[in-house]
Ligand binder design. Sequence first.
Ligand code: HEM
Length: 368
Amino acid sequence: LRKTDPIYRCLFPDGQYGWMITRYEDAVEALKDLRFVKDYYKLNEDEMAHRTAFDQSMLFSDPPDHKRLRGLVQKSFSVKMIEEMRTRIQEITDELLDEWSGKTSVDLINEFAFPLPIIVICEMLGVPTEDRDKFRIWSTSLIEGPDGDFADEIDQHMDEFFQYLSQRFEIVRRSPGEDLISQLIIAEEEGDKLTEQELYGVVMLLIVAGHETTVNLIGNTILALLEHPEQLQLLIQEPDRIHSAIEESLRYNGPVEFSTSRWVSEDIEFKGKAMKKGELIIIALNSADHDEEKFDNPEQFDITKEKSQHLAFGKGIHLCLGAPLARLEGEIAISSLVQCFPNIKLQMDMDELEWRPGMVVRGVKEIP
Ligand code: HEM
């Protein structure tokens, strides 16, 4: 598609017409173009009754609501605030690695890549880390949708997620702490900053986005290193390359395959294509990050590459809020793993790995 029809009009699996954007330069422009909106229900008011709390989070909002919602949590995710969590993230990583002492085999997704980011986001939000398996089921339901492992239970899982948060919010209202949920509840009680539905939406989004993607950053980086043993050796010998290794992994095997949906807000022309109000826009982030017009040797995984301008975290106003956290978690996880276990080996062939269903996340179910 990048060569033959880079802004491709297509019928998506759910029966909607729209556009798939696959080249880097077009992807950047589309991500920054505010004529492509995120709030489906503002364009389709007759369907408003179906709008959930999750649909009211910043990821599915447009200005000015987007700025207000993002502004409430932005400070907690700044590079400076996240850097202060370095020691704690290293501690959690070391505890997870210590649990393997004496074992000769583990599943790196379930015993490493999943628990690390979910423990971190639970601690930031102030929710018990013992509940992490519930969050995993609920967010898998949300992310994988009707193609996923929980296709028949999505509604039930959403109800459970909602009930859980409702009880949690009651506890926090009675005795607030220093955590993010307490800060958000204070904002909600002040009246004009956050509605109750938006409170649910933002906490659900942080739980889901806070681990679904980082699990796959850790998993996909391990896979890329195992697939390229000379790069793994280089990283073991030169641990300072960890930053560029993570950036290259984000470009080479990005955890978010396609952007979330955008909608054409009015009849427009975008790069010579006539687009109609209401059509769906999907930006193929991983395709853009393999665009040979932008990157030299895009199919090569090379951790010595200097600065990368990949789109793994998106671009424009919806640029990933959690990027500093994801980068730090990825760097600590991978450098600790390869230093402690320089001889890791995959216990199956690469082509036997099972990839997760759904269009958004790119990652495997297990790495034994
Ligand atoms: C948005 C990727 C980790 C929170 C996004 C977007 C991408 C992305 C591509 C924009 C989607 C679009 O424009 O359609 C990733 C990747 C991650 C990661 C690849 C890990 C490697 C995290 C973490 C958190 C987080 C750890 C929070 C704890 C968010 C939020 C948004 C977002 C809140 C919405 C921002 C907005 O709408 O203004 N992420 N993410 N992400 N991400 Fe991440």
